[in-house]
Design a protein around this ligand. Structure first.
Ligand code: ZN
Length: 212
């Protein structure tokens, strides 16, 4: 018998859903109830599962694909207390200083100061709208990393604003809830046209003061 016929073709390995490859997830937009849910804390056992590690990969890939500075799990329809933050020459926020990829599991942020600044925020879940929000200029962040190791650090300036924005998501809040004056709301095009130059001056002063 011909050897080529006798040897069966190797079959593809079975696909394990959510584990085989990273995937870009759909992002929930304002009005979807999942954005208003308080997310559930995870145990270390859950965190170590391949499914959850694959989910974290998806969260990061989705954030990169959408040019987000951060992304919370409930923004991609998983109501668990995880978010990712990374700022790398971000085209949506060109004035934001770079910040390395950071995954926070069960994060808690607490202000380290009473001082606030007026941030001009946008959100992947709130398409084409930006508005001014007061944020603390410094917060202490306590969380686990994606492997369950303890994290405890402080962030300042504009970066502190990003951490507060992402942790708000995990508590079911969006930046619109904190817009102090709805007259600051603007489309992205009109932000660039009418507000960006002034805000970038404020942002630069903040970065000069806090280094971030
Ligand atoms: Zn957001």
């Amino acid at each position: 018998m011909d050897a080529a016929v006798a040897t069966p073709a190797p079959s593809n390995p079975p696909l394990v859903l959510g584990f085989a490859a990273m995937a870009i997830r759909k992002i929930a937009t304002i009005g979807h109830p999942i954005l208003r849910e308080t997310t559930r804390k995870l145990t270390k056992e859950e965190l170590s599962s391949p499914e959850l590690q694959a989910f974290i990969d998806d969260l990061i890939e989705t954030m990169h694909d959408a040019n987000g500075a951060g992304l919370a799990a409930n923004q991609v329809y998983e109501p668990v207390r995880i978010c990712a933050i990374e700022i790398k020459n971000n085209p949506r926020y060109p004035y934001k200083p770079n910040y390395p990829l950071t995954v926070l599991v069960n994060p808690e942020v607490t202000p380290t100061t009473e001082e606030t600044f007026l941030n001009f925020e946008g959100c992947l879940s709130v398409p084409n709208l930006r508005g001014e929000v007061y944020r603390f200029t410094g917060v202490r962040v306590r969380a686990w990393d994606r492997h369950g190791n303890d994290l405890d650090f402080e962030v300042k300036g504009l970066t502190a604003g990003t951490f507060q924005h992402e942790c708000d998501h995990l508590d079911g809040k969006v930046f619109l809830d904190r817009v102090h004056d709805t007259r600051s709301l603007t489309t992205w095009a009109d932000f660039e046209r009418f507000h960006q130059a002034k805000f970038v001056e404020r942002a630069k002063a903040l970065v000069a003061k806090y280094g971030s």
